[in-house]
Ligand binder design. Structure first.
Ligand code: SAH
Length: 223
């Protein structure tokens, strides 16, 4: 996808985005050239409110309204990298939010499915993603704990809200060989750890990556 550069402000955001890639991503452990190129292309500032655009390329999460956030650039990159998606893959995202992570995934995967419980956020994400020309993102308002069984199975699943327990339906909707990354808040101190599951023929491989802080998953998972 190409974005025309037509004014000074665009140049300025382009500059900020290049710095974000070099300092926050390449400067850490993001080495996947596809992920770096995808995040170089997606105009992150267009996913936040107009008055917050100047902060869009900062090294942290930001509020997007409705008590929700757009994840820190590094976290988006790291989770995307750990999924290793290609254009042959179908990926499911839980927690569309502003749609930024969905756009990054759409640059790499063949087809993206993204679900969200707040309808206003889905509407907003749909508008911006359409405006940017993405045609390989399908969105729906539904409880992500239950996944999207009608579209399963998936090669990758990315959960962007913290779950207090493992959503079993998501494991079922993952292909053998598929990968899921999810922030799990299962320890008794309320800490969250980004966890990667790989579905193998004879079971589930589990790797704990690092501590994170996401908004909690709501809905069925709380019952
Ligand atoms: N992926 C976003 C970040 C989303 S923040 C990004 O690109 O920046 C987490 C989102 O998960 C919120 O929008 C929240 O409303 C949503 N959410 C919480 N519980 C959910 C559930 N059970 N199913 C789907 N979405 C959920």
């Amino acid at each position: 996808m190409k974005f025309r550069r037509h004014n000074r402000q665009d140049d300025q955001f382009d500059d900020q985005r290049r710095r974000m890639i070099d300092e926050q991503l390449r400067g850490r452990d993001i080495t996947d050239a596809g992920v770096l190129a995808a995040m170089r292309r997606v105009p992150r500032h267009l996913f936040v409110s107009e008055k917050r655009r100047q902060d869009a390329y900062r090294d942290g999460p930001m509020s997007i309204g409705y008590g929700q956030t757009i994840s820190q650039p590094y976290i988006v990159a790291s989770m995307t990298q750990s999924l290793s998606m290609t254009k042959r893959n179908r990926v499911l995202e839980i927690g569309t939010g502003c749609g930024y992570q969905a756009a990054v995934l759409a640059e790499l995967a063949g087809q993206v499915y993204s679900v969200e419980v707040v309808p206003e956020l889905t509407d907003r994400a749909r508008r911006i993603l359409k405006q940017l020309g993405y045609q390989n993102i399908k969105m729906d308002v539904r409880d992500g704990y239950l996944g999207w069984p009608e579209e399963a199975p998936f090669d990758g699943i990315i959960v962007t809200a913290a779950a207090p327990k493992m959503p079993e339906p998501l494991i079922e909707q993952l292909k053998v060989g598929g990968v899921m990354v999810i922030p799990l808040a299962t320890d008794s101190y309320g800490r969250q750890f980004l966890t990667r599951f790989t579905k193998e023929r004879d079971g589930l491989k589990c790797e704990t990556l690092y501590e994170v802080r996401f908004v909690p998953m709501i809905g069925e998972v709380e019952e």
